[in-house]
Design a protein around this ligand. Sequence first.
Ligand code: FAD
Ligand code: NAG
Ligand code: NAG
Ligand code: NAG
Ligand code: NAG
Length: 520
Amino acid sequence: MAHSLTSVLLWLAIHSVLSALAFPIDPEGQTLLSSGHGRKDTKVLILGGGVAGIIAARTLHEQGIDDFIILEARHELGGRMMSRSFGVEDSKWMVEVGANWVQGTQTEAGPANPIWELAKKHNVSLHSSHYFGSVSTYDDSGPFDFQDTFQQSIENFDKLTAVAGARVPNRLVDMTARSGYALSGSRPRSRYEMAAEYYQFDWEFGATPEETSWLASSWPRRGAGDVAVFPAHNNTFLEFSRENLLSVDQRGFKTLIQAEAEGFLTEQQVRLNATVAKVYTSKKGVVVTLADGAEITANYALCTFSLGVLQHDDVKFVPPLPAWKQEAIHSMSMGTYTKIFLQFPENFWFDTEMALYADHERGRYPVWQTLDHPAFFPGCGILFVTVTGDFSRRIESMSDAAVRAEILSVLGDMFPNATIPDPLDFYFQRWFSDPLFRGSYSNWPANFLSEHQGNLRANVDERLWFAGEATSKKWFGYLHGAYTEGEDIGLTLAECIKGGGCFGLEHVERVRNALPYDVE
Ligand SMILES: Cc1cc2nc3c(=O)[nH]c(=O)nc-3n(C[C@H](O)[C@H](O)[C@H](O)COP(=O)(O)OP(=O)(O)OC[C@H]3O[C@@H](n4cnc5c(N)ncnc54)[C@H](O)[C@@H]3O)c2cc1C
Ligand SMILES: *[C@@H]1O[C@H](CO)[C@@H](O)[C@H](O)[C@H]1NC(C)=O
Ligand SMILES: *[C@@H]1O[C@H](CO)[C@@H](O)[C@H](O)[C@H]1NC(C)=O
Ligand SMILES: *[C@@H]1O[C@H](CO)[C@@H](O)[C@H](O)[C@H]1NC(C)=O
Ligand SMILES: *[C@@H]1O[C@H](CO)[C@@H](O)[C@H](O)[C@H]1NC(C)=O
């Protein structure tokens, strides 16, 4: 063991020396930064125009710094707040292929979810969503009542978090949520138990209990629906309410961030259709090269690309990111959450908001959600099914026609007496394959330690900064995580600029601390 660890470290050291040699200096970048008496095109380049990028820009603006440019590859701002017009000509609806819920609003005593505040400010239509209280259950022979198992899975999740809560004050080490489930007495065996567990776990985290930290998944950061069961450590951690509000706004959920952006951004401060290919940094500043070859110079860059983009080397950093940063990037993981939309000429399915299907294979087309419901878009004929993790990656590699055929066959099993019409429209977003995202949102695995978290968030030297949902210790994965990071990192950067330079956030060169999730 000791021997192999030493060789890995040695390899890492050699590797980083070699990669540094491969890019000794970037002649172009050097020249650009030295010419024109060090004048830059702008003070700050904000890379990416999602929630984190826009809120960082707003924070700089509020701090009196307006000399920044947002570079965004897509034709619009919003990032993973992504809406799409779906359906046939006379029945088109704006559906959310990305984020859809405001997860947590406000408790009497606590702070408000800033996403909820923005939704109210910009009149975004929201509707409460009862995803624990309005669920029909099916298996491959049709409707099949396993509500007892479903209720038990809610209790199992609460037990999981309660037992984790008890470990935190004792500073016991982290494990996977699978170990946590087993130690707290939940060991799913039947397909019904597995489907019910999936609904509680994978459907939220976009990953399996095996892939996820027990302690991090137990932090009640999310609105957990309308269940009045509180984990043992609720008072310390729970901040927002447990209410989940689904956007039903026909301008799209993205309206909340696009309208906010319109309130302070000028045309000169945003470049759309601008794909970043390379980020060169030196002591003197930053040069960003776009896919079309254009170069933009700045004093600072704030990178808000998803963790998936950083993990897949879609953007080249020169010099390469230091070893401590790369280790942090590859210790956190990216989940995938895929909603597959179908529109039918008529509604032949359940009256509840949700349905859970227990297949023989865990994670095979398990969670169904209707939009054709009095609370949402009555008469729309739209039903969608969500898959996650490996199953998402599996269907992304298949043709639309093949995925559609599988889904129609599952619907045939769930509704044996219905004649299932041909869908009028069909769509799913391939989040994992998309070079602008490479997954849906980040997920904390058992091997990701507090110090890795600090390193994922820390700036690299003075010039290169990072923010996004994945850098949030508390709210990683959520819109409000992207928001609070845009704000916090934006503020730190503003202080740095106003102070004429800074050291920035601390990082550790070598992560040695194996203590668990360190929650203040
Ligand atoms: C399917 C799905 C469902 C979700 N559901 C919810 C939910 O219900 N509630 C919730 O709170 N959260 C949800 N989330 C998570 C939420 O959407 C994210 O946490 C949040 O939007 C992330 O914002 P961000 O600014 O950190 O990153 P992003 O939104 O990814 O912003 C980064 C931007 O960088 C751009 N970019 C990437 N590469 C380049 C490049 N090379 N050059 C230029 N630009 C580039 C991207 O286009 C993007 O606009 C969901 C996410 C997904 C995908
Ligand atoms: C971005 O590209 C899209 C299509 O590729 C185009 O319709 C749009 O006008 C472009 N926007 C800008 C600001 O260049
Ligand atoms: C939101 O709606 C209210 C009432 O419907 C209206 O008074 C207000 O002007 C609207 N605000 C915005 C930003 O559209
Ligand atoms: C958790 O919260 C509930 C409701 O506020 C409260 O009744 C309960 O005592 C709390 N439990 C703990 C352990 O703090
Ligand atoms: C389907 O029809 C058969 C025969 O009429 C009936 O026995 C069965 O209960 C029906 N199943 C459902 C799910 O309605």
